[in-house]
Design a protein around this ligand. Structure first.
Ligand SMILES: [Zn+2]
Ligand SMILES: [Zn+2]
Length: 135
């Protein structure tokens, strides 16, 4: 790895550390490009994959097929809004009991678990209510 690559990774990691909204690779690319004009989306993606493989960041998979990234690697759950696509942290992680139950039923090696909640976020709920009133 050359210096250039680690500089890119630092910028990606730094940007992610300032965000709480679980940006996509496209979001991160758009932001980091301001500082590193020569960076490509492919490079951003490669660095994100590497950081996620090393466990330095979390890669989140959702039903919409777009991966999002999280600087916070402590166990927590996520909520995705079906309306606006916003991903919010939920500081609850119930994995231990579920993990134990699943391990008892399964012969293979389980390395992790991805759970997310979905529905309508509070902002979208408010918006829907205002719209209903207006009609
Ligand atoms: Zn929403
Ligand atoms: Zn999160």
């Amino acid at each position: 790895m050359t210096r250039k690559y680690s500089r890119q990774r630092e910028e990606i990691l730094y940007y992610l550390s300032t965000r709480k909204d679980h940006p996509t690779a496209d979001n991160i690319y758009a932001a980091v490009r301001g500082k590193l004009p020569n960076i490509s989306l492919g490079t951003v993606y490669r660095n994100l994959t590497l950081l996620a493989d090393r466990g330095e960041i979390l890669r989140l998979h959702f039903a919409d097929g777009v991966d999002r990234f999280d600087y916070d690697t402590t166990p927590h759950s996520h909520f995705i809004c079906k309306n606006c696509g916003r991903v919010t942290d939920i500081p609850i992680y119930s994995s231990d009991t579920i993990m134990d139950a699943v391990r008892n039923q399964f012969d293979g090696q389980i390395e992790g678990q991805i759970t997310y909640f979905y529905g309508t976020c509070s902002d979208c709920l408010k918006k829907n209510k205002t719209q209903e009133k207006g009609e």
